[in-house]
Unconditional design. Sequence first.
Length: 65
Amino acid sequence: MRNRAEAEALVCRVQLALTDRGVVLRAPPPVPDSCCGRGCNGCVWEGYYAALRFWREDAIALLAR
């Protein structure tokens, strides 16, 4: 993911796949609301994208069962 729009699209696709298969997974990580916009090293968005990748991996594992 390179930006918020891609992340939101990913969440929608994964949640749709989960719903279609009747699989329950915890909610995706919350979208950060504390970014200062200065491009800090260790920005809250970096953490969000990392958490979202783990969430996606968990979803893929559940859907593969």
